[in-house]
Design a protein around this ligand. Sequence first.
Ligand SMILES: Nc1ncnc2c1ncn2[C@@H]1O[C@H](COP(=O)(O)OP(=O)(O)OP(=O)(O)O)[C@@H](O)[C@H]1O
Ligand SMILES: [Mg+2]
Length: 406
Amino acid sequence: MGLSEKQIAIMKFPYSGYDAIIADGAVRAGKTSIMSLSFVLWAMGNFNNCYFAICGKSVGAVTRNILNPLLTIQYLKNQFDITYNRSDHCLTFRRGQKQNRFYFFGGKDESSYTLIQGLTLAGVLLDEVALMPRSFVEQALARCSVEGSKFWFNCNPENPRHWFRMEWLLQLDKHNAMHLHFTMDDNPSLSEAMKERYKTQYSGVFYERYIKGLWVMAEGVVYDMFDTGENVYRPEERPVDLYWTGDRSIAIDYGTTNPMRFLDIYDYKGKLYVDREYSWDSRIEFAQKTDSEYADDLETFMGKRQCPVIVDPSAASFIAECQRRGLYVIPAENEVLDGIRKTGALVKKREIVVCSECECILDEFGTYVWDDKAAMRGEEKPVKQNDHSLDCLRYKVNALPDWRFE
Ligand SMILES: Nc1ncnc2c1ncn2[C@@H]1O[C@H](COP(=O)(O)OP(=O)(O)OP(=O)(O)O)[C@@H](O)[C@H]1O
Ligand SMILES: [Mg+2]
């Protein structure tokens, strides 16, 4: 298949006189695939015995989004001897006497930060740069001291006051950088039907960002795609074999002065059924519970059918109490924004449905809003109130494998 005009511009970037390239915009727009191809061809055409960095959110993300697709390109296999060393995450390209190494890093992996500090690089590709900490990105760029080195960035849009937009996109001249804005129409491999399918996955701010590719602010209700008809089922509509065949887990947001919540969730035929909830709010009940009392309540709530519990990682004493009782505890991944994006996608696809008896979470869906004061400071976060059941749900969603969102 051929390349679109913007993809051709990525291929020509090394010969453009610019020192950096930024491709931003919609999802599935053909940014990463062509950028990584152009990057390795540029490296092999212009350098020998040099080191390069390919960075993603995590090393796993680089392997999935960059390494695996590159290894399927027949042209590269014909032109180069390619080897990948799993233990040091190093990809080597060789042709004749010429050889270059590409190290993989994860912007969010602590170990990557220290490893990259020691390298001298001839170029760095930052895939999904807006999801990496600024300190990591700056460290990676600072390592590029080889003559002729270039910076390659791509990302989906975030908050308009995000540091990457402020520092790079709004100051292209300062960095001698070229900017290409992508939409799904710039990916020649996507059929109209595929584009339509991606469009149905997002709404609100996520539609503006991931489909239109715009840097817009998150405002108003976070889960504005939640539909009290389509995302809610009455107890009599519950699938008859939900309890037998559903993959059950209980997600827990811990609180002593704050409310304690348990959500009983079944993963059934590709949907999450939020079926029951437990709530204890010491400020309403005028009584605080101990970890042991909470664990009693949890065992009662769980009943006879054992299942894993996914717990707020900061609740160390409660986790210890659960483990002492032989419960299988999964510490929750507490990433807020990515978790909201994933949860929003499942809500939009109606792959999260809630039983009409779960009053707390239904109430929260309606009142969980973005913090507009924080947004003005360039921070993106929801207002932290009346969010405990939604935190539980996010812990469950963050525990799902990545392919559920691809
Ligand atoms: N010119 C092309 N020919 C064939 N396939 C292509 C072409 N461009 C992109 N693709 C394929 O389209 C898919 C999406 O492309 P890619 O991953 O590069 O998009 P992206 O813009 O990085 O998306 P995201 O923002 O979601 O990371 C990939 O499977 C890629 O291999
Ligand atoms: Mg990409």
